[in-house]
Write a protein that binds this ligand. Sequence first.
Ligand code: MG
Ligand code: FE
Length: 173
Amino acid sequence: MNTNFTSQARDIFIVGLRNAHAMENQALSIMKPQASRIESYPQVLERLQRHIAETEGQIRRLDSILQGMGESPSALKDTTQSFMGAMAAMGHSMASDEIIKNSLANFAFENFEIAAYTSLVTLAEAGGLAEAKALLQQSLDEETAMACWLEENLPAVTLQYAGLRAAGVSAKV
Ligand code: MG
Ligand code: FE
């Protein structure tokens, strides 16, 4: 480790990794109920399922970085935040425009993840932790790709929802 990486900076990095771990479990608790409800938007379902798999890989990366630094993820905090994620998903499932609300919320969430990993990549770089930096960069790239996909597909999803409503189709998702 770089000698410029003070014990304080190390603590900031560890807390950031733990928060990211909780964030990823929250991501799963938001995306999994969404995926289980989608019926009319197969392209969204396919991309969500792919990102759920990516997210499970991101959690494994965070676990391995934390373990490599002699730390373990905080189970209690994860449980709390996952529960809140599940509640948020349930709130949207009562809305008639569920697919739209979820699309907006997912885009916001992915951008939050981009910010979190950008910060972690910076800390890993500052600490001379090349291996951790490479793993975090992989996760950052996946979040960026997901955010771009959501942004690019928002017009199509919006028009598809409007078309289904106009046709009197009751399928909300
Ligand atoms: Mg993620
Ligand atoms: Fe993500």
